[in-house]
Design a protein around this ligand. Structure first.
Ligand code: NAI
Length: 699
């Protein structure tokens, strides 16, 4: 057979095996090979039925996404589907591992589907900003009904085999030998009437065709929170075609939507993020030869906001945890919050009571360091004060067993200085989680000057085990995320004084694609945190400080930049705040004027991009795409824009530099002074990644 497909015959069954490691992607050779194999099976008089299966670990991961954006080569995936579907002998897909995207679409063109009990199926195209483009939106609704199809296609999440069997995606599950069971299934089909292909089945569509209201309501509920992404809505549009558009016409339209999305900015951004996330896991000096240390049990110091969340993240991922606090009262407070969080999850139906109890069963508490001495890893989450952290690390150094990994969840502090409190700085690193730590995906792994490679590897492996997206960064004030956030906030107060209202700024952020603007976010997090921090550093911020002096700490006091008379979700602009801003502007002699959204974005997002470039220049982040991963997973940067550094390149680095220079000239604020790397990339027309590589060569 051509390329990566093998053809064998067992009695009257032809077995067509895709063999294209690692995931049997439907690249050009596979497509051609499957079509040739089907032709051969059809022509062979001894063959009565066919099994299509995957070699190695899996059935198929779908289309070869490295072909996306290139000129398509025939035969296409839809050609493969047509060939399977129009066979005059039944074809059974035998699925092990996973059948994702194009892999599932091809199996939907077969006449039957059987899978091993631990297999998974999915149409995850939406996660790349696409819709299934090879008939998935037309065949799946014909198999399981249009509403159930939306449940699979719009979120794009994997469906485990037992569930796939119960909704009707699979016909059978094989408990033992998948291939033998698939052959038996194919023979069964061959013994009866030729089963009709899905393209010819309309029965599951009838109810929604008569009355689409339930379908429409279901679609609306599923797409309520799409955060400005086009693909989920396009998925609905495509599935809706099953109600009124003939199959062949709908296939053409489905392809058109797919291609339009593929050429659009959002899908480009989402594909960038797909590769960026994989790339982030590759760290120079931490190859496969560096073995992570085993983490069989962990300890967390501090049961506050972060300690509690981190402990939950660990036990959710199967790691037993002991939480250490200063006294029983603090333990009780922390445990009450953890229990409440789990109870809420049970009430929402996201976990069972049994699962809650299992997770709580992995948690223990103590006030004595003796009880954590044999933990394989400790994560410290005490107050953000160097003196407190130093005492904790000094004690850890005394009590912890040799080889234990000692991590700090500090937001800003110098991890190298913390490490110096121990006689084992190579075992120390930062593991910076984001709030709420049991939910947010980002984990900044802060590699200190002396951190050993296997300690970094341990944090990477643990991060993945507990479902986080780990990104390795270097030591500096605030690391990658918070350092850029400071740059983004540097002009917030100036914008208010010069004429913008808090809601003008927040609206510009919403229009940009953020789900919240900086002032609403400040009200949510509590304005008093920054106020205390400024006081301890001897710094001031006229408007922010004035709000706090009035006791306006944000949502928790019912008033902040907005007032919240009707509850935390109902932020209303407050004339008192407007008057305060005007008064302060007058005092400072600032002339107020109207400020548009473009200016707001240029004075907030552009400095943050500039800081990102500085971070690259200093080697704090390894690559621009790592910064994008930090901002997407830790700070809700709009997914459709691909992260700040990707977005900057789309917007044009020369434009960014030109605007930074303009604002630097007008305000004198150093956050606008273009970084060397940004300037170099803008002048040479290179990407940030290649400009950085060039810089490293010189160094
Ligand atoms: P928190 O004030 O809610 O909790 C700190 C806890 O540590 C308290 O329960 C306190 O009793 C306990 N504690 C203090 N000293 C201790 C000691 N010597 N031994 C044992 N327990 C002690 O603070 P939060 O917000 O949880 O912050 C903790 C750390 O996480 C800080 O370094 C902070 O910068 C960092 N962080 C905070 C984030 C946030 O959004 N709150 C996000 C990421 C990091």
């Amino acid at each position: 057979m051509a390329g990566d497909v093998t053809y064998t015959v067992d009695g009257n069954v032809a077995v067509v095996t895709i063999d294209n490691p690692p995931v049997n992607a439907f690249g050009f050779d596979v497509r051609r090979g499957v079509i040739e194999a089907m032709d051969r099976a059809e022509a062979d008089p001894a063959v009565t039925c066919v099994v299509l299966t995957g070699g190695g670990r899996t059935f198929s991961g779908g289309a070869d996404i490295t072909e996306f954006g290139k000129t398509p080569r025939e035969p296409s995936l839809p050609d493969v589907n047509t060939r399977c579907e129009t066979m005059n002998k039944p074809v059974v897909a035998a699925i092990h591992g996973f059948a994702f995207g194009g892999g599932l679409e091809v199996s939907l063109s077969c006449h039957g589907r059987i899978a091993s009990a631990d297999a998974k199926v999915a149409l995850p195209e939406v996660k790349l900003g696409l819709i299934p483009g090879a008939g998935g939106t037309q065949r799946l609704p014909r198999l399981i009904g249009p509403e159930a199809a939306l449940d699979v296609i719009v979120p794009g999440n994997p469906v485990a085999a037992p569930k796939a069997l119960s909704v009707g995606i699979l016909d059978r599950i094989s408990e033992k030998d998948l291939l033998e069971d698939a052959k038996a299934f194919a023979r069964d089909l061959a013994a009866g009437d030729m089963p009709s292909a899905l393209r010819d089945r309309e029965d599951k569509l009838e109810a929604a065709r008569r009355d689409p209201s339930a379908f429409e309501a279901h679609a609306a509920a599923l797409t309520k929170k799409t955060r400005g992404l086009e693909a989920p809505l396009a998925c609905v549009r495509a599935v809706r075609m099953t109600l009124d558009t003939p199959f062949d016409e709908a296939l053409v339209k489905e392809r058109d939507i797919f291609i339009e999305l593929m050429n659009g900015d959002q899908s480009k951004a989402q594909r960038h993020l797909f590769f960026a996330e994989r790339e982030a896991g590759k760290v120079p000096g931490i190859g496969k030869d560096v073995r992570p240390r085993q983490v069989r049990k962990a300890a967390v110091i501090g049961a506050g906001t972060m300690g509690g969340g981190i402990a939950m993240a660990l036990v959710n991922g199967g790691v037993p945890v002991t939480i250490l606090e200063m006294n029983q009262e603090a333990i009780d407070r922390g445990m009450a919050v953890i229990r409440r969080n789990y109870d809420t999850s049970v009430k929402r139906g996201s976990i069972s009571e049994e699962e809650r109890d299992k997770r709580l069963g992995r948690l223990s508490t103590t006030t004595s360091y003796d009880d954590i001495a044999d933990a394989d890893l400790v994560i410290e989450a005490v107050f953000e004060e160097m003196s407190v952290k130093k005492v904790v690390f000094g004690t850890l150094d005394e009590v912890m067993k040799p080889g234990a990994v000692l991590a700090s969840n500090t937001s800003y502090l110098d991890v190298d200085e913390i490490a110096q409190m121990t006689k084992r700085p190579s075992d120390v690193l930062g593991m910076h989680f984001f709030s709420p730590a049991n939910v947010m995906k980002l984990l900044e792994i802060v590699r200190g000057k002396e951190t050993a490679p296997d300690v970094v590897a341990t944090a990477l492996a643990l991060g993945k085990q507990i479902g986080k997206v780990p990104v390795v960064v270097g030591v500096c004030h605030g690391f990658v995320g918070n350092r850029m956030l400071s740059a983004r906030s540097a002009e917030n107060e100036a914008l208010l004084l010069e004429g913008a209202s808090p809601s003008d700024v927040d609206k510009a952020f919403l229009d940009f694609g953020f789900s919240m603007g900086p002032f609403a976010m400040g009200d949510l997090a509590g304005l008093d945190i920054g106020w205390r921090n400024r006081k301890s550093l001897g710094q001031t911020a006229v408007i922010f400080d004035a709000l706090c002096e009035e006791g306006r700490f944000g949502q928790k006091t019912g008033k902040g930049f907005y007032s919240y008379e009707d509850g935390p979700r109902d932020a209303k602009p407050d004339p008192w705040v407007e008057a305060l801003i005007e008064e302060k502007a007058k005092e400072l002699g600032v002339n107020r004027r109207s400020i548009d959204a473009t200016e707001i974005i240029e004075r907030t997002i552009y400095p943050m991009i500039n800081e990102g470039a500085r971070i690259l220049e200093e080697g704090i982040a390894l690559r621009p795409s790592d910064i994008d991963i930090v901002w997407i997973n830790g700070y809700a940067f709009p997914i459709g824009k691909g992260g700040p550094m990707f977005w900057a390149e789309q917007a044009g680095l020369d434009h960014i530099v030109e605007r930074l220079e303009y604002w630097h000239g007008r305000t004198g604020n150093p956050v606008f002074e273009p970084s060397v790397l940004l300037r170099k990339a803008a002048e040479s027309g290179e990407t940030l990644a290649s400009a950085k590589a060039g810089k490293d060569d010189v160094a």
